[in-house]
Ligand binder design. Structure first.
Ligand code: HEC
Length: 128
Protein backbone atom coordinates (compact mmCIF):
# COMPACT_ATOMS: atom_id res chain seq x y z
CA UNK A 1 0.00 0.00 0.00
CA UNK A 2 2.85 2.37 0.73
CA UNK A 3 3.69 2.49 -2.97
CA UNK A 4 0.65 4.59 -3.68
CA UNK A 5 2.09 7.33 -1.54
CA UNK A 6 5.09 7.46 -3.85
CA UNK A 7 3.27 7.01 -7.14
CA UNK A 8 0.55 9.57 -6.68
CA UNK A 9 2.81 12.63 -6.29
CA UNK A 10 4.94 11.37 -9.21
CA UNK A 11 1.90 11.26 -11.40
CA UNK A 12 0.66 14.65 -10.32
CA UNK A 13 3.87 16.28 -11.41
CA UNK A 14 4.62 14.04 -14.40
CA UNK A 15 1.35 13.17 -16.03
CA UNK A 16 0.04 16.65 -16.59
CA UNK A 17 2.97 17.51 -18.85
CA UNK A 18 2.39 14.68 -21.32
CA UNK A 19 -0.40 16.07 -23.43
CA UNK A 20 0.35 19.51 -24.81
CA UNK A 21 -2.47 20.66 -27.09
CA UNK A 22 -1.70 19.76 -30.69
CA UNK A 23 -1.35 22.68 -33.08
CA UNK A 24 -4.26 22.82 -35.49
CA UNK A 25 -2.11 22.07 -38.53
CA UNK A 26 -0.25 19.10 -37.05
CA UNK A 27 -0.39 15.79 -38.96
CA UNK A 28 -2.82 13.09 -37.84
CA UNK A 29 -1.60 11.36 -34.69
CA UNK A 30 0.32 8.14 -35.28
CA UNK A 31 -1.71 4.96 -34.92
CA UNK A 32 -1.19 3.24 -31.62
CA UNK A 33 0.19 0.09 -33.24
CA UNK A 34 2.19 -0.08 -36.45
CA UNK A 35 0.20 -3.20 -37.34
CA UNK A 36 -3.02 -1.24 -37.51
CA UNK A 37 -1.37 1.40 -39.65
CA UNK A 38 0.02 -1.07 -42.16
CA UNK A 39 -2.04 -4.16 -43.06
CA UNK A 40 0.69 -5.58 -45.32
CA UNK A 41 3.20 -5.38 -42.48
CA UNK A 42 0.77 -7.08 -40.08
CA UNK A 43 -0.01 -9.67 -42.75
CA UNK A 44 3.68 -10.37 -43.27
CA UNK A 45 4.14 -11.31 -39.63
CA UNK A 46 1.07 -13.55 -39.68
CA UNK A 47 2.14 -15.09 -42.97
CA UNK A 48 5.58 -15.88 -41.62
CA UNK A 49 4.02 -17.50 -38.56
CA UNK A 50 1.27 -19.52 -40.27
CA UNK A 51 1.93 -19.89 -43.98
CA UNK A 52 5.61 -19.59 -44.82
CA UNK A 53 6.45 -23.09 -43.58
CA UNK A 54 4.67 -24.42 -46.67
CA UNK A 55 4.62 -21.45 -49.01
CA UNK A 56 8.12 -20.12 -48.37
CA UNK A 57 9.12 -16.94 -46.52
CA UNK A 58 8.40 -14.74 -49.56
CA UNK A 59 5.54 -16.85 -50.91
CA UNK A 60 7.83 -18.41 -53.48
CA UNK A 61 6.52 -21.89 -52.72
CA UNK A 62 8.24 -24.99 -51.38
CA UNK A 63 8.22 -28.10 -53.58
CA UNK A 64 5.80 -30.77 -52.30
CA UNK A 65 4.63 -28.50 -49.44
CA UNK A 66 2.88 -25.40 -50.75
CA UNK A 67 2.50 -23.69 -54.09
CA UNK A 68 4.06 -20.37 -55.00
CA UNK A 69 1.64 -17.61 -54.11
CA UNK A 70 3.57 -14.91 -55.91
CA UNK A 71 1.87 -14.53 -59.27
CA UNK A 72 -0.73 -17.21 -58.45
CA UNK A 73 -3.84 -17.09 -60.66
CA UNK A 74 -5.78 -17.26 -57.38
CA UNK A 75 -4.81 -13.62 -56.79
CA UNK A 76 -7.39 -12.70 -59.42
CA UNK A 77 -10.06 -13.59 -56.86
CA UNK A 78 -11.57 -10.81 -54.78
CA UNK A 79 -10.20 -10.34 -51.27
CA UNK A 80 -13.37 -11.90 -49.84
CA UNK A 81 -13.10 -14.99 -52.07
CA UNK A 82 -9.43 -15.40 -51.28
CA UNK A 83 -10.12 -15.14 -47.55
CA UNK A 84 -12.90 -17.71 -47.98
CA UNK A 85 -10.49 -20.06 -49.77
CA UNK A 86 -7.86 -19.74 -47.03
CA UNK A 87 -10.47 -20.37 -44.34
CA UNK A 88 -11.60 -23.54 -46.03
CA UNK A 89 -8.28 -24.81 -47.35
CA UNK A 90 -8.23 -27.55 -49.94
CA UNK A 91 -8.04 -31.23 -49.17
CA UNK A 92 -5.70 -33.41 -51.18
CA UNK A 93 -8.79 -35.36 -52.31
CA UNK A 94 -10.51 -32.19 -53.59
CA UNK A 95 -10.88 -32.47 -57.38
CA UNK A 96 -9.65 -28.86 -57.62
CA UNK A 97 -6.42 -29.79 -55.85
CA UNK A 98 -3.52 -29.46 -58.25
CA UNK A 99 -0.66 -30.91 -56.19
CA UNK A 100 -2.26 -33.76 -54.23
CA UNK A 101 -0.98 -32.03 -51.11
CA UNK A 102 -3.53 -30.59 -48.67
CA UNK A 103 -3.83 -26.91 -47.87
CA UNK A 104 -5.10 -26.96 -44.25
CA UNK A 105 -7.96 -24.60 -43.27
CA UNK A 106 -6.41 -21.26 -42.24
CA UNK A 107 -3.04 -22.90 -42.81
CA UNK A 108 -3.71 -24.92 -39.66
CA UNK A 109 -4.00 -21.88 -37.39
CA UNK A 110 -7.64 -21.64 -36.22
CA UNK A 111 -6.83 -18.46 -34.25
CA UNK A 112 -6.57 -16.37 -37.41
CA UNK A 113 -9.50 -13.95 -37.63
CA UNK A 114 -11.06 -12.60 -40.83
CA UNK A 115 -9.10 -9.39 -40.26
CA UNK A 116 -5.88 -11.38 -39.91
CA UNK A 117 -6.63 -13.22 -43.14
CA UNK A 118 -7.45 -9.94 -44.86
CA UNK A 119 -4.06 -8.60 -43.81
CA UNK A 120 -2.38 -11.77 -45.04
CA UNK A 121 -4.11 -11.37 -48.41
CA UNK A 122 -2.88 -7.77 -48.59
CA UNK A 123 0.63 -9.03 -47.90
CA UNK A 124 0.42 -11.82 -50.51
CA UNK A 125 -0.75 -9.28 -53.09
CA UNK A 126 2.27 -7.11 -52.28
CA UNK A 127 4.74 -9.91 -53.06
CA UNK A 128 6.75 -9.24 -56.18
C1 HEC B 1 0.76 -27.48 -44.44
C2 HEC B 1 1.15 -26.70 -45.59
C3 HEC B 1 0.41 -25.39 -45.86
C4 HEC B 1 0.21 -24.31 -45.02
C5 HEC B 1 0.67 -24.16 -43.58
C6 HEC B 1 -0.48 -23.32 -45.80
N1 HEC B 1 -0.73 -23.78 -47.06
FE1 HEC B 1 -1.61 -22.74 -48.56
N2 HEC B 1 -1.45 -24.36 -49.76
C7 HEC B 1 -0.83 -25.55 -49.44
C8 HEC B 1 -0.90 -26.45 -50.58
C9 HEC B 1 -0.33 -27.84 -50.63
C10 HEC B 1 -1.57 -25.76 -51.58
C11 HEC B 1 -1.91 -26.26 -52.99
C12 HEC B 1 -3.24 -26.97 -53.03
C13 HEC B 1 -3.47 -27.48 -54.42
O1 HEC B 1 -2.63 -28.24 -54.93
O2 HEC B 1 -4.50 -27.15 -55.03
C14 HEC B 1 -1.91 -24.45 -51.05
C15 HEC B 1 -2.58 -23.48 -51.76
C16 HEC B 1 -2.79 -22.20 -51.33
C17 HEC B 1 -3.37 -21.16 -52.13
C18 HEC B 1 -3.86 -21.30 -53.57
C19 HEC B 1 -2.68 -21.15 -54.49
C20 HEC B 1 -2.98 -21.57 -55.91
O3 HEC B 1 -2.35 -20.98 -56.82
O4 HEC B 1 -3.81 -22.47 -56.11
C21 HEC B 1 -3.41 -20.03 -51.34
C22 HEC B 1 -3.91 -18.66 -51.75
C23 HEC B 1 -2.84 -20.40 -50.07
N3 HEC B 1 -2.49 -21.72 -50.08
C24 HEC B 1 -2.70 -19.54 -49.02
C25 HEC B 1 -2.22 -19.91 -47.76
C26 HEC B 1 -2.17 -19.02 -46.64
C27 HEC B 1 -2.60 -17.57 -46.67
C28 HEC B 1 -1.67 -19.73 -45.60
C29 HEC B 1 -1.47 -19.27 -44.17
C30 HEC B 1 -2.67 -18.80 -43.49
C31 HEC B 1 -1.39 -21.07 -46.08
N4 HEC B 1 -1.74 -21.14 -47.39
C32 HEC B 1 -0.84 -22.08 -45.31
C33 HEC B 1 -0.23 -25.86 -48.25
C34 HEC B 1 -0.20 -25.03 -47.14
Amino acid sequence: MKRWLVLIPLCLSGCSQETPPAPADSPAPAATTPAAANPAEAGKKLFEASCSACHGPEGGGIPSLGKALKGSPMLKLSDADLVAFIKKGREASDPANTTKVAMPPKGGNPDLTDDDLGNIVTYIRSLK
